[in-house]
Design a protein around this ligand. Structure first.
Ligand SMILES: Cc1cc2nc3c(=O)[nH]c(=O)nc-3n(C[C@H](O)[C@H](O)[C@H](O)COP(=O)(O)OP(=O)(O)OC[C@H]3O[C@@H](n4cnc5c(N)ncnc54)[C@H](O)[C@@H]3O)c2cc1C
Length: 495
């Protein structure tokens, strides 16, 4: 078995390896969808290559709300099969990666007995379908208990709350764990490597790492397009496949100091338009999310709008007994686009989150839609189809049983940065700051203070000269500044 450690100093050897075999399957896209497929296919004994145009999880899979949903909300839509799948996937993730599935109480404030009754009935069914253990069943509390548990809650219009456990994850690290597991099972994986064209024998890959003017012709029997919001663009690489199947919806999150917004559970709040938003405790921070509005283009850094920020701040102030929130309270913010299957005529928040699989005339399989939470089941369906199409005998799917690789503990910036390069395939400072350490969002002043010490370590390992070190830091500072452009003074200065 190969190692789960991805050393980004081996990039040129990996690029060379891309041309040396005929792979059973080439996966385009290193978000959670592609990562899950590559791991599953490799564990079944197929030869696999995965190419990611930028960094692993640099698209939607690092911009989620970081929740592993059991699927309670699908009950309201009467979709029992989806609830069953979501609930069992939640238990599987907990079994194979307890470090990436932390249990966290979710609290739904209630306004009437009728609401409590309806929620209880839903949760009871949900617990039965999902085989939820007895000690993790829901709890109904009265208004006094609610005030004790969540002192910030404005309780004047409430009669209590229903509490049930859900899981929180680290989305980017969940992707990395799957990518590393795919490599350990024999897959060849490469970030900063874009599929630039399709050929009758596979695909053309071009390195997108600055200064690395390399390409490769990859031969593969089957190509899987798991490019998320960019699925249509990859489909368009094939002649005749120029229609649009996706519609994108933007969601933002705001990170605040928990000292100013001390919630104990993930609290679900009603926004003015009756949508549910939430305040999630995470260490020293609380994050608020999310919005759901159509967004025209597949952007890696979709710009939040003023209305997105106001929507979350005003809904939070209305539900919690806190001083008015201002832009100065915002430590950091992130924004991403959901790759949804287009359903013309529907509002963004009404569009189904189900995944779909299409096969093009030349045989490329495209997959889009879905959720992070059920990625493993989605990957299993895709790989079942791949095996059928290849007409081979493969091992049975093993992704529900084999544990995902553990994160090694790193408690200081230097060890984190070192680990990012030699074990986790980080090529740029952004890869470390945003996705490997999460400090861009969950550290004081958006973690800007770690950029210089992390550059020292990464620069030594990767041979960056002084100009490159300066450029790497400047790039991260620009990202941070741009993300704050929407805020009050528009100066981009961290408050
Ligand atoms: C605001 C928000 C909140 C969400 N919250 C949750 C949640 O709490 N729980 C949940 O379960 N789900 C949630 N989701 C949904 C979930 O995040 C997505 O369904 C999932 O991350 C999509 O993963 P993906 O791999 O399909 O796409 P992506 O993560 O975008 O991956 C696609 C990858 O393809 C790469 N790519 C593009 N073109 C090429 C090319 N030519 N060659 C090579 N690579 C290419 C891109 O760089 C990208 O990395 C949320 C989504 C959003 C936007």
């Amino acid at each position: 078995m190969s190692s789960a450690n991805i050393d980004s100093r081996d990039r040129s050897a990996v690029l060379t390896a891309l041309e040396q075999s005929v792979f059973d399957v080439a996966v385009i896209g290193g978000g959670i969808t592609g990562a899950g497929i590559a791991r599953d296919a490799a564990l079944r004994g197929l030869s696999v290559v995965l190419v990611e145009a930028r960094d692993y999880a640099s698209g939607t899979s690092s911009r989620s709300s970081k929740m592993i949903h059991g699927g309670l909300r699908y009950l309201a839509q009467g979709d029992v099969a989806l609830v069953k799948e979501a609930a069992s996937e939640r238990q599987i993730l907990r079994r194979i990666a307890p470090h990436l599935a932390q249990i966290c109480p979710f609290l739904i404030p209630t306004t009437s007995l009728a609401m409590v009754t309806k929620l209880r009935a839903g949760l009871w069914t949900f617990e039965k379908l999902g085989n939820v253990p007895d000690d993790e069943r829901h709890e109904v509390i009265g208004v006094k208990d609610l005030a004790a548990r969540e002192p910030l809650m404005r309780t004047d219009k409430l009669n209590g709350a229903v509490i049930y456990p859900e899981f929180l994850t680290d989305d980017a690290r969940l992707v990395l764990a799957n990518i590393r597991a795919a490599q350990a099972a024999g897959a060849v994986v490469l970030n900063y490597a874009a599929a630039a064209g399709l050929t009758p024998d596979g695909l053309l890959v071009r390195s997108t790492s600055p200064g690395e003017n390399l390409g490769a012709e990859v031969r593969a029997k089957l190509v899987v397009n798991a490019a998320g919001a960019w699925v249509d663009r990859v489909r368009a690489l094939e002649t005749g496949e120029s229609d649009t199947r996706l519609s994108l919806s933007r969601g933002i999150h705001l990170v605040l100091d928990r000292a100013g917004l001390p919630v104990n559970a993930t609290v679900l709040l009603r926004a003015a338009d009756k949508r549910t938003i939430f305040a999630v405790p995470r260490g020293r921070f609380t994050y608020l999310g999310t919005t759901d509005v159509f967004h025209d283009t597949a952007d890696y850094w979709p710009a939040p709008e003023r209305s997105d920020v106001d929507y979350l701040l005003r809904a939070t102030e209305a539900a919690l007994d806190i001083a008015p929130l201002t832009d100065n309270d915002i430590v950091s913010l992130w924004s991403g686009v959901r790759p949804l299957i287009a359903q013309p005529g529907k509002k963004a928040n009404e569009v189904s989150r189900k995944d779909e699989i299409w096969t093009s005339p030349s045989g490329m399989i495209s997959i889009a839609g879905g959720k992070l939470s059920a990625y493993r089941a989605m990957a299993e369906r895709v790989v079942d189809l791949v095996v059928e199409r290849l007409g081979v005998t493969a091992k049975p799917c093993a992704t529900a049983d084999i544990p995902l690789p553990l994160d090694e503990a790193a408690d200081d910036v230097a060890s984190e940065a070192r680990r990012a390069v030699i074990h986790e395939g980080a090529v740029t400072l952004e890869d470390y700051w945003v996705r490997r350490s999460g400090r861009a969002w969950f550290d004081d002043a958006a973690g800007l203070a770690v950029l210089a010490p992390a550059t020292d370590v990464m620069g030594d390992l990767l041979g960056w000269d002084a100009a490159e070190r300066t450029a790497q830091i400047a790039h991260c500072q620009t990202l941070e500044k741009d993300s704050r452009r929407v805020l009050a003074d528009g100066s981009g200065e961290t408050g």
